[in-house]
Design a protein around this ligand. Structure first.
Ligand SMILES: O=C(O)CCC(=O)C(=O)O
Length: 287
């Protein structure tokens, strides 16, 4: 079965769940446990989105050394940077003053939640780079089940440019697939290889699992486990596509101090290999 990131067509394969109250139903918890991903509607009130759009402009105008911009000069770019919530108030508020950590706690079924990092994504319209198939575990120093990516949309994101997931792929009983660079023209050397294996070709992944996706409005969110395989096509719309991912960990999360690096490499020398994943650097925010 051919498998790629072509925009999916047809009805959405899965329901979505309202998150405006800051609490979700047990059905939403069952969905993420089964599929490894769940779609939450109305997580962020739409009148909060304007401040966030300004925050995106601010982040892009002031990139850190961790930032990457993929694309030819003058063409559409795919920009991403990290820990914007540490320096831009709109993203700090989104992290600290919303029900995000509560929802992450509920979806993981965890007694505690700790903060790991955040990752802002800005894809210009008009094409540019895709987000290749990957599992977030390959970019993290976390083993165990409880690491979720809470990804919030700031624009309308139709199927044409939506994230796609392989439902149930988080349950694979096999090593993590090695981290691959989002930029086809770039590569990694010296990355963590312990307990990791090269990723099989995408068409082999696609043969095993059902592909799922949703159309999103600004303020909707997708939440998935770090072992769920996912990717997204290039943004071929004529408008920008902005989103941020906050990474939260729970009870079943352990620090991976393996030699090598991740991109970027958020380390904590006070933690030893196999320690529960929380510390001053990665603070507990619930429990
Ligand atoms: O927004 C995208 O296209 C990429 C998001 C993603 O892959 C991630 O957060 O892991």
């Amino acid at each position: 079965m051919a498998f790629d990131l072509a925009p999916p067509t047809g009805p959405f394969p899965r329901p979505s769940f309202d998150a405006s109250s800051g609490v979700v139903t047990e059905d939403a918890v069952a969905a993420i446990e089964r599929d490894g991903v769940v779609c939450l509607r109305n997580f962020l009130p739409s009148n909060d989105v304007a401040a966030i759009h300004a925050g995106c402009d601010q982040a892009q105008a002031n990139p850190t050394t961790m930032a990457t911009t993929i694309g030819e000069p003058g063409g559409p770019s795919f920009f991403y940077d990290f820990n914007v919530s540490d320096r831009i108030e709109a993203f700090r508020r989104l992290r600290d003053d919303t029900a995000m950590a509560d929802l992450a706690q509920q979806l993981m079924g965890s007694s505690m939640v700790a903060r790991y990092f955040d990752n802002l994504f800005i894809k210009d319209g008009g094409g540019g780079a895709a987000s290749p198939w990957h599992e977030d575990a390959s970019f993290q120093r976390v083993t165990g089940r409880d690491s979720v990516n809470f990804w919030v949309a700031f624009d309308h994101i139709p199927a044409q440019t939506a994230l796609q997931y392989l439902a149930g792929s988080h349950l694979r009983d096999e090593p993590i697939y090695l981290m691959g660079h989002f930029d086809d023209d770039d590569d990694y050397a010296g990355i963590i290889t312990q307990n990791r294996v090269p990723s099989p070709p995408p068409e082999e992944l696609g043969a095993e699992f059902e592909k799922v996706w949703w159309d999103l409005n600004p303020g909707d969110a997708l939440v998935w486990f770090h072992r769920t395989l996912h990717g997204a096509p290039a943004n071929t719309l004529d408008q920008v596509r902005r989103a941020i991912a906050y990474i939260w960990v729970g009870d079943d999360a352990y620090y991976d101090a393996s030699p090598g690096y991740t991109d970027p490499d958020f380390v904590d020398p006070t933690l030893s290999h196999g320690d529960r994943f929380y510390s001053d650097r990665f603070p507990k925010v619930r429990g």
